[in-house]
Ligand binder design. Structure first.
Ligand SMILES: Nc1ncnc2c1ncn2[C@@H]1O[C@H](COP(=O)(O)OP(=O)(O)OP(=O)(O)O)[C@@H](O)[C@H]1O
Ligand SMILES: [Mg+2]
Length: 475
């Protein structure tokens, strides 16, 4: 609410794939706007895969699969997975050998139970439980033995189909039996033949990727360490150890970085990724076996959305800002909105939603709502020096509503009333304001406790020795 310009630009950014930089004070809706932008994006159509490179395993290859191909392949894989049947539909000797049917009493039960729940005897013949005179006595021991040895998980037989004999494999699959006929077996062999690969960034994914405060590996991807150095038999192959970075996960989506200046020098990589739309993944720890692995040209075509506070703007790399404004928009989010009927109604809706989401506090009475509106108006005037306006620092307004709600709840009141809000406003004062109240002025409050050395290094130095007037100090 109240951020019409930013919302309009976010919609354009989603449609035209433009970048966005949002600057403004905390709690004014920057994260909300970025998140909403991703809801306007079409679903990703690419799946990114890493393919084993038999010629040079340390240089795995990238494969980009289009959506329909991924879906078709999944269907084929299903075909190779075979058909699931109920154990009761399987040939009797198969059900017995896989441990679904008791050889003694013929009752079906879960294959995870080694002993028949009906006759309490071992279900399979492999246990030799039957005919043993000490069967009952040794029951417990036999159970253990079967648990370790017994229960095959696969039975191969043949069957007659259209006058021809064909191989059929029955496999255990939880409570069901999987049947692999000749066709499924052939398909399985075919899939095993093509080079092994793994999906790095899946087709079905969230197009909104939050990378706030990310480390280098989280942001850019990594190749995990393998103590066996990717040994063909013992180790994990390099292609399997490749991990995507946020920039890759945001392919075809939104990469949102809150507190952008916090990234410091990492901003440079984002700049490159934005420009090239692809970024290599390599092992980032020089001590790890992953360091020798590199995958080139991993796509990362994302819409970049950055957010920051106004005083941090100067810490954003200027080439990055130039990329954003060259192919997108910089927006200063609003801090106030005009105080009119429409916006009051929006504020009322906001309050009701915050209360509904909180679930633990009662709703506002009419007078309570008026007090909230009055407070929003007061805050617009105090912090933004704007007359006839309502504040858009809504996280703080939400906080006020919740603490007033807590007071009302504690008193067992049916609604949040004006009085509760007054009390909450008093409670919600900043520490600086509390100091001012207790010591008369911020200056004397700080002076009352700082020692000589603190005076030198304290950030309040400025107030203490240079600005005697609190109001100017705050500014
Ligand atoms: N314009 C707005 N419309 C509706 N609700 C808002 C708006 N701005 C803030 N809020 C409320 O405040 C909460 C915090 O908003 P949000 O996380 O988007 O702030 P932000 O600008 O990203 O803050 P920060 O700079 O601290 O990250 C939201 O969950 C919502 O409840
Ligand atoms: Mg935020």
């Amino acid at each position: 609410m109240g951020q019409e310009e930013a919302v309009d630009l976010a919609k354009i950014a989603a449609e035209q794939r433009r970048h966005l930089l949002l600057a403004g004070p905390p709690g004014t809706g920057k994260s909300m706007i970025a998140q909403a932008l991703s809801l306007h994006l079409p679903r990703p159509t690419n799946e990114i895969r890493i393919v084993h490179n038999p010629e040079n395993p340390e240089r795995p290859l990238v494969e980009i699969k289009e959506g329909p191909d991924v879906v078709r392949e999944e269907r084929e894989m299903k075909g190779a997975e075979g058909e699931m049947i109920d154990p009761k539909e399987a040939p009797i000797n198969v059900a017995e050998r896989l441990g679904y049917k008791c050889v003694n009493c013929g009752i079906y039960s879960s294959q995870s139970e080694r002993m028949c729940p009906k006759c309490s005897r071992p279900k399979t013949t492999s246990g030799q439980g039957t005919g043993n005179p000490f069967g009952d006595l040794l029951g417990g021991i036999v159970e253990v033995t079967i648990g370790q040895l017994g229960g095959r998980d696969r039975v191969t037989t043949t069957r007659q189909r259209f006058g021809k004999e064909e191989v059929v494999v029955f496999e255990r699959a939880g409570e069901m039996i999987k049947v692999l006929d000749q066709k499924a077996l052939e398909k399985r062999r075919e899939i095993e033949k093509i080079s092994p690969r793994k999906a790095l960034v899946r087709l079905k994914r969230n197009p909104f990727v939050l990378a706030t405060g990310a480390s280098e590996t989280e942001l850019l991807g990594d190749v995990k360490h393998d103590p066996y150095g990717g040994h063909p038999q013992l180790g994990t192959q390099p292609y399997e150890r490749v991990v995507p970075g946020s920039i890759h996960e945001a392919h075809q989506g939104v990469l949102f970085i809150d507190e952008l200046p916090q990234l410091g020098p990492l901003q440079r990589y984002i700049l490159t990724a934005m420009q090239e739309k692809r970024f290599p993944i390599s092992g980032r720890n020089p001590q790890s076996a992953g360091a020798s692995v590199r995958v080139d040209n991993v796509p990362c075509n994302f819409i970049f959305v950055g957010a920051c506070n106004i005083q941090d703007l100067q810490h954003i790399l200027s080439p990055l800002r130039s990329r954003i404004s060259g192919s997108g928009y910089e927006v200063l989010v609003g801090t106030t909105m005009p105080d009119n009927g429409r916006n009051r109604a929006k504020l009322a809706q906001f309050a009701a939603q915050e209360i509904a989401m909180d679930k633990r506090i009662p709703h506002l009475s009419n007078a309570g709502l008026r007090a909230i509106i009055a407070e929003a108006k007061k805050r617009a005037k105090e912090t933004e020096s704007k007359e006839k306006s309502l504040t858009l620092r809504l996280r703080e307004m939400g906080g006020l509503i919740r603490s007033a709600g807590d007071i009302a709840q504690g008193e067992g009141a049916e609604f949040i009333e004006e009085g509760h809000i007054k009390k909450a406003v008093k409670r919600a004062r900043t520490i600086e304001e509390q100091i001012k109240e207790r010591y008369g002025s911020f200056y004397s409050g700080v002076a009352s406790e700082s020692t000589g050395s603190q005076k030198e290094s304290s950030p309040y130095q400025f107030w203490n020795y240079h600005v005697q007037d609190d109001k100017r100090g705050y500014r």
